[in-house]
Design a protein. Sequence first.
Length: 138
Amino acid sequence: MLLSCGKSSNTLTPQMVSVSFHQLINFITSETDSSFLASLFKCFADSLRIMDGPSALSQEFHNGIIEATKRQLQTLADKRKKRSQRPPSELADDKEDFALEDMAKLLYYMDPKHPLLVAVSSVKDLGLNQGGSDEDDE
């Protein structure tokens, strides 16, 4: 909202942009709640749109969001692997799916052929083949 208001009123400064992206990257890096993580990725993508696209992102912030995304992908993959080892009756809804979807949308917006899109897809698929042991017994 800060970026949008600043841009529409011609009061947006490079410092405001820098602080906003810096804070978003920090929050994305450290967020542990999958639902809130999804909103942070959406906010980052919306902020890029306000700033006229991914080309407005400095190399520092580009590298920062990619590293934060890699870290979160690893965390989400670990959660899904652990959850897939539990019985289906104990499984909760996949809150991570929303985070993975918004993560993929951001990556696609930045580069439709971004290599991390494959990783997001792979993490999404983790733990989906549950109950296959019954088929093996038949």
